[in-house]
Design a protein around this ligand. Structure first.
Ligand SMILES: C[S@@+](CC[C@H](N)C(=O)[O-])C[C@H]1O[C@@H](n2cnc3c(N)ncnc32)[C@H](O)[C@@H]1O
Length: 256
C-alpha cells in the first residue's frame, strides 16, 4: 500500500502538478481513501486511470484534497483585528496598499478585504487573490455566494454591495473590480513581492512542518518591511522572530 501511495503521489505531481508530499500524511491518506472509494475505483492505480480519463473524477479529487470551505469575515473578531491593523499600522505607513490573499478559495476572503477598504474609505489599493484550484477561481471571479457564506457580513454592507437574485448573493461590480484573481501554488510557484499585507489562512494547517516553514519564509520575503502577515485562527506562529516577524497579536505579524 505504501508503495502504491508513493507511486500515486508521484503520478499526481507529474500529471496534475500538485505536490502531495507536502501535505500531512495521515490526514492525506485518509482523505484519498475516502474520495477514491466514492469513485468506485478499487485501488490507487485504478483511481489514477479514472482521474486521467474522466474530468469529473479529476475535479472531485482535486476539490476534496484541497478543501475549500470559506466564508466572508471568517472568524469575525480576528478580521476586526486585521481591520485595526490596516488602519493603525498600514495606512499611516504606506500609500496605495498592495494586498495578497493567498489560498483564497471562492473569493470570500479577498472580497471581505475589499469591503473593509471601502468601509474605511481607503483609496488606491490593490488586492491579488490566488489559489491552486482553477475551478474555485472561476467561481471566485463570478462572485455569487450562498446565504451561509455571507452570514457574517453586516447588514448595511449587504445592502450596499450585494444584489440578491434567486437566493444567491451577487457581489457588486464595484467590489469585484478591486480584486484580481490568479492561479498560484504556495508550494511549487514563485511568490510576487512588495506586498504591504499578506493573508494566508486555513491552508498551512494541511501542510507538513517543513512546508509551513518554507511558506513563512517566502511570505516574509514577499512583504515590504513593516508589512503585515495575517494567519488563520489555528495557525499562530510559534517562533515568529526566526522568520523575521514581530508578533502584533496572535494572528497578526509584522515584518521587521
Ligand atoms: C480552507 S480554504 C481557505 C480559504 C480562505 N483562505 C479562508 O480562510 O477562508 C483552503 C484553500 O487552500 C487552497 N490550497 C490548497 N493547497 C494549496 C496550495 N498548495 N497552494 C495554494 N492554495 C492551496 C485550496 O484550494 C482551498 O481553496
Amino acid at each position: 500500500m505504501e508503495l502504491e501511495f508513493d507511486y500515486f503521489k508521484k503520478w499526481v505531481k507529474d500529471k496534475l502538478r500538485v505536490d502531495l508530499d507536502s501535505y500531512k500524511e495521515k490526514q492525506l491518506h485518509r482523505r484519498i481513501g475516502t474520495v477514491m472509494n466514492s469513485s468506485g475505483a478499487k485501488n490507487l492505480r485504478e483511481y489514477a486511470e479514472l482521474i486521467q480519463k474522466d474530468e469529473n473524477v479529476r475535479r472531485v479529487f482535486l476539490d476534496y484534497i484541497t478543501i475549500n470551505v470559506t466564508e466572508f469575515y471568517r472568524n469575525k473578531e480576528i478580521f476586526d483585528e486585521f481591520e485595526d491593523g490596516i488602519k493603525s499600522v498600514l495606512v499611516p505607513r504606506f500609500k496605495n496598499l498592495n494586498i495578497w490573499s493567498a489560498a483564497c478559495s471562492i473569493g470570500a476572503e479577498p472580497y471581505t478585504v475589499a469591503l473593509i477598504m471601502e468601509k474605511n474609505n481607503i483609496k488606491g489599493y490593490k488586492i491579488l487573490a490566488t489559489d491552486i484550484d482553477d475551478t474555485i477561481l472561476e467561481r471566485a471571479r463570478e462572485g455569487k455566494f450562498k446565504e451561509k457564506e455571507i452570514k457574517n457580513v453586516p447588514k448595511p454592507e449587504i445592502e450596499k454591495h450585494f444584489l440578491i437574485e434567486e437566493g444567491q448573493y451577487h457581489i457588486s461590480e464595484n467590489i469585484k473590480k478591486k480584486v484580481h484573481f490568479k492561479k498560484h501554488d504556495l508550494i511549487l510557484d514563485d511568490y510576487d513581492k512588495n506586498f504591504h499585507a499578506i493573508i494566508c489562512r486555513n491552508v498551512t494547517i494541511y501542510f507538513k512542518k517543513e512546508t509551513k516553514i518554507e511558506i513563512y519564509k517566502k511570505i516574509n520575503n514577499s512583504l515590504e518591511k513593516g508589512g503585515i502577515f495575517f494567519t488563520g485562527a489555528t495557525e499562530s506562529i510559534y517562533n515568529p522572530s526566526s522568520f523575521g516577524f514581530r508578533k502584533l497579536s496572535t494572528f497578526l505579524y509584522e515584518k521587521v
